[in-house]
Design a protein around this ligand. Structure first.
Ligand code: FAD
Length: 190
């Protein structure tokens, strides 16, 4: 043998390595790449169960939000929260436009509130208790009274209206930046 002995050793190691790989691949199942399979890049259409699950959309970071429809009670609580907060934040000296707006809002609620029975009942409540919105105190007390009318009709305890300011307040917003401005009508700025 006139060859380089190192070359012979390298060839032998290469053969042993090939033999080991061949035998190992027979023992271990290596996953095969799929062939002729189209990979979809669009997200899956959410099913009803996905939408109801807390985890949808998948990358949402808000873990406290329950997805899905609300109950009549949840809707009621949310709406009263909105209305009483509006009452707390209402101007002590409202503009004519602001008085008109809250009256219209109540009338609209009685037409489109998404619980027909509640909307119909509220329409009756409004007709026997016309909106009083001459000042912040007047409006928040009126709201308390009409909420109590609804409470009574549902067999719930009534709320002491002298405590309405303690229960509800202005929106907790930095530097009172969320306070309503009483100077402009919605169209003045255009
Ligand atoms: P809610 O009545 O929702 O009150 C929420 C919170 O407001 C209470 O926890 C309390 O801290 C405070 N509060 C209670 N009373 C007053 C008050 N007088 N003044 C100030 N704060 C108060 N449900 C029906 O089943 N049938 C109906 O016809 C109906 N009509 C509705 C009409 C409207 C306009 C609205 C907004 C809701 C209506 N609801 C109706 C829903 C119902 O009023 C309740 O919201 C729901 O039953 C949940 O009640 P709750 O006991 O959690 O407290």
């Amino acid at each position: 043998m006139g060859e380089n002995p190192l070359e012979a050793i390298c060839i032998t190691i290469g053969r042993i390595s090939m033999a080991v790989q061949t035998n190992l691949s027979k023992l271990i199942k290596i996953p095969q790449k799929p062939t002729n399979v189209q990979i979809s890049v669009s997200p899956p259409t959410p099913t009803a169960s996905m939408l109801a699950a807390d985890s949808y959309p998948p990358h949402s970071t808000d873990t406290n939000t329950k997805a899905g429809p609300v109950t009549r009670e949840e809707l009621g609580r949310a709406t009263w929260t909105f209305i009483h907060t509006l009452g707390a934040q209402y101007q002590e000296k409202p503009t004519r436009q602001q008085k008109k707006d809250v009256k219209e809002l109540m009338a609209i609620l009685s037409r489109i509130y998404p619980c027909k029975e509640c909307a119909d009942h509220f329409k009756e409540v409004l007709s026997s208790n016309p909106v009083q919105a001459g000042s912040q105190t007047e409006f928040s007390q009126w709201l308390c009274r009409v909420h109590n009318v609804v409470n009574r009709s549902l067999g719930k305890p009534t709320f002491p209206c002298e405590q309405v300011d303690a229960r509800w307040g202005k929106l907790d917003c930095e530097h009172r930046m969320c306070d309503l401005q009483g100077t402009m009508t919605p169209f003045d700025k255009y």
